[in-house]
Write a protein that binds this ligand. Structure first.
Ligand SMILES: Nc1ncnc2c1ncn2[C@@H]1O[C@H](COP(=O)(O)OP(=O)(O)O)[C@@H](O)[C@H]1O
Ligand SMILES: [Mg+2]
Length: 298
């Protein structure tokens, strides 16, 4: 089943007891590299025999990984972590089902999904740290458990940050996705029509697109105290049919009192204005005026 997500496919095969054990492993991994089987038994209050059956089922589904050294323990796989998040999103009535992949971002996997009213939505699964994981995998195997755990926490922090920002901006008539909810490293939002600006074939009114982006950055800065900090032609979606512009991808956004906030804002706009001039023929030599307009300096 190419294009679908393993952590989603297995959901229907998992019982509440399976999830309780999976949850317990996640919790125990905060304290050590592997979750010891005896602790899983003690905390779950399930019988040894039942725990063994559940663990071998979860292992077979590749949601956990067995390890034996001084004791027998388990670590959580990325699919296991996905399954935990998706199960919670299901229980919170945010995501009913997950469909095909919509693409792989720089630090995320994007999937089609549906909500409980049968509307199409998008889930963004944060994979912050994925690149460094691939590197480390080749090196020291025994680091795996802990390293996974650190990926889980950094990707959760990213998703939480993006969720909080999009929640602040929700219902303000701003050109951003409509956030639906989040859990762990996954956020759910509406489907934004269109393509990334880098892939747009034509802009009917380039100047309007540029204005929208500048006005958005200004509101973000002056009203919400934020700088996007990755505002590029990859993170702006353009719908050729409606000419709608949408700015996406907020985990790295910084508060304006961050010591580098102005550096990031300047970097965003020096790049973006240059790109826009070269590609869409609307240029401004005066980057500083634009930046001052966004910041609101006299
Ligand atoms: N709500 C959405 N609707 C439609 N496509 C989206 C949505 N969110 C993200 N995408 C697509 O997924 C890609 C990656 O998302 P993005 O938020 O930029 O994450 P990354 O940090 O991985 O770049 C985007 O470039 C865009 O094509
Ligand atoms: Mg992006």
């Amino acid at each position: 089943m190419a294009g679908t997500l393993r952590g989603a496919r297995v959901l229907k095969d998992l019982s509440n007891m399976d999830f309780r054990v999976l949850n317990m492993i996640e919790t125990l991994l905060r304290k050590g590299e592997y979750a010891p089987v005896d602790k899983i038994v003690t905390y779950s209050k399930y019988r040894d025999k039942d725990v063994d059956l559940i663990l071998s089922k979860l292992n077979k589904l590749k949601l956990i990984r067995r390890w034996s050294g001084g004791f027998i323990g388990y670590s959580l796989s990325i699919a296991g972590f996905d399954a935990l998040a998706l199960n919670t999103l299901y229980n919170k009535k945010i995501v009913y089902g997950v469909g095909n992949s919509r693409g792989v971002g720089k630090e995320s996997d994007i999937y089609h999904a549906i909500d409980f009213e049968n509307n199409e939505i998008i889930i963004k699964i944060n994979r912050t740290g994925r690149a460094s994981f691939k590197q480390i995998k080749r090196k020291r195997d025994f680091l795996k458990g802990r390293f996974h755990y650190s990926i889980f926490s950094t990707s959760t922090i990213s998703a939480k940050r993006e969720f909080e920002i999009l929640t602040k901006l929700k219902d303000q008539n701003l050109p951003v996705p409509d956030i639906k909810g989040y859990n762990r490293h996954i956020i759910a939002m509406n489907v934004v029509e269109g393509v990334e600006l880098i892939n747009a074939r034509e802009l009917r009114k380039p100047i309007k697109v540029l204005e929208t982006v500048i006005e958005f950055a200004k509101t973000l800065y002056q009203k919400y105290g934020l700088v996007h900090a990755d505002l590029t032609e990859y993170n702006i979606l353009y719908d050729e049919r409606t000419e709608q512009v949408t700015v996406i991808d907020f985990p790295q956004a910084v508060d304006i009192d961050h010591p580098d906030a102005e550096v990031f804002l300047r970097r965003d706009f020096i790049h973006f204005l240059d790109y826009f001039g070269k590609k869409w023929g609307v240029s401004t030599d005066d980057h500083e005026t634009v930046i001052e307009y966004i910041i609101g300096k006299k």
